[in-house]
Design a protein around this ligand. Structure first.
Ligand code: GN1
Ligand code: MG
Length: 386
């Protein structure tokens, strides 16, 4: 057992005798370890080193997480839910300072949480798990809709489309690695600019006060959920990016990753395509749990949200390519350009499905599936406005 890691763990208020600490999972941002304890009635733990280059304000990250997990736990208790320790993450306090949920050792930030046993993580979804994911992320937003504590923005302007375009335009002007003149880059820049006004709609509606920010997860990948033995979502994890945002973030980013026929860096652009079966299942699940609190303007713009995230990711990957590949790790020199192009092709495929998406959402909101009463009420209100 690594003695340095053991010393770090011993700063936290753990129960049981630590017997083993070994790497866990393959996250790219934080380093994660499984901490085993000897006693059968003591939990195992997960130790994590937080990447403070990506998340500069670790204290804010942990304050957000404490507020969010505390609020969800309280909601689950009120609902009389069973197995609460497996449905929400539990972070461990420091022995010497019960208010603190992290420690700093040699400039590195560490936290410890209870390991949730008997779970499955997925890297890809089918329609059934997509519906379960929609329900879970919608429910996550619904439970946090009335949180009293204001949350901090852990990465400033993270999903702000106007900001991402500004970043791209600045690097185009500076051209630090001489890639701007490449014909394929020029072609993509033209396509990006031709959509830029439409794609900044969310920021405009935000300024006009017709679109609210709510507590969002902001990294709604399928591998950020733990499933139980019956393929139901137990717990939403990876809460570092939880922050106020337009709900489009959680809806759009899930579909960007889950409904692409291929991986986001697949170089064969002919194979990039948007899966409507995944869209439909996810949307059904999401509207069932979130339909009760969403405003009509939020529901109406879900097709826009679906297009926004591949567009934004294409802008971000192209920005990194033109900057000299500083943000995402690359396996070959054009890797970031391939990613940008892949996401752009996903956008093109989504643009073919706009009307089908709108009709589907309208049908779900009108009660075309086995939706709840609360969600039917919002649907009627929404259709009345059309
Ligand atoms: C980063 O590391 P990962 O895959 O969780 C990025 C996301 C991007 C994604 C694209 C903090 O997430 O916003 O969508 O790469 N996270 C951050 O692969 O920038
Ligand atoms: Mg992640």
């Amino acid at each position: 057992m690594n003695p340095e890691l053991n010393t770090i763990v011993s700063q936290f208020d753990v129960t049981g005798t630590v017997t083993d600490i070994a790497p866990l999972g393959a996250g790219l941002i934080n380093d994660t370890y499984l901490v085993k304890t000897a006693e059968a009635d003591c939990p195992d733990y997960v130790l994590q080193r937080i990447n403070h280059h990506v998340f500069p304000d670790v204290d804010m990250v942990m304050r957000n997480i404490a507020a969010v997990t505390g609020h969800i736990r309280h909601k689950l208790e009120e609902q009389g839910a069973d197995d609460i320790d497996r449905r929400v993450l539990t972070f461990i306090r420091l022995k010497e300072d019960a208010q603190r949920l992290y420690t700093v050792v040699d400039g590195n930030y560490w936290r410890l949480m209870i390991f949730i046993p008997r779970t499955v993580t997925k890297q890809a979804v089918d329609p059934d798990s997509s519906r379960a994911a929609g329900l879970a992320f919608g429910n996550f937003q619904a439970m946090l809709a009335d949180i009293a504590v204001p949350l901090g923005e852990t990465i400033k302007d993270f999903h702000n489309m106007e900001f991402r375009l500004r970043q791209l335009r600045e690097v185009v002007k500076a051209d630090p690695v001489g890639r701007v003149a490449e014909p394929e880059v020029q072609a993509m820049l033209r396509e990006i600019e031709s959509r830029s006004v439409d794609m900044c709609k969310a920021e405009r509606m935000g300024r006009e006060n017709i679109l609210p920010k709510r507590v969002c997860h902001c990294d709604t990948k399928v591998n950020n959920m733990l499933f139980d033995e019956n393929d139901q979502v137990l717990c939403v994890i990876d809460l570092d990016t939880v922050m106020p945002n337009f709900i489009f973030s959680d809806f759009g980013d899930f579909l960007r990753t889950a409904a692409n026929m291929v991986a986001e860096d697949c170089p064969d652009m002919d194979r990039v395509a948007f899966r409507m079966d995944i869209f439909k299942a996810f949307t059904e699940g999401y509207l069932r749990s979130a339909g009760g609190f969403l405003l009509p303007v939020e529901v109406e713009n879900l097709p826009y949200a679906t297009a926004l995230f591949p567009y934004m990711q294409s802008v971000r990957f192209l920005w990194d390519y033109l900057s000299g590949d500083k943000y995402w790790k690359c396996q070959y020199p054009t890797h970031n350009f391939v990613r940008a192009n892949n996401q752009f092709h996903l956008l093109l495929s989504i643009e073919q499905h706009y009307e089908e998406m709108e009709a589907f959402i309208q049908n779900v909101m009108a009660g075309g599936d086995s939706s709840t009463t609360a969600h039917r009420a919002t649907g009627a209100e929404w259709i009345a406005r059309k």
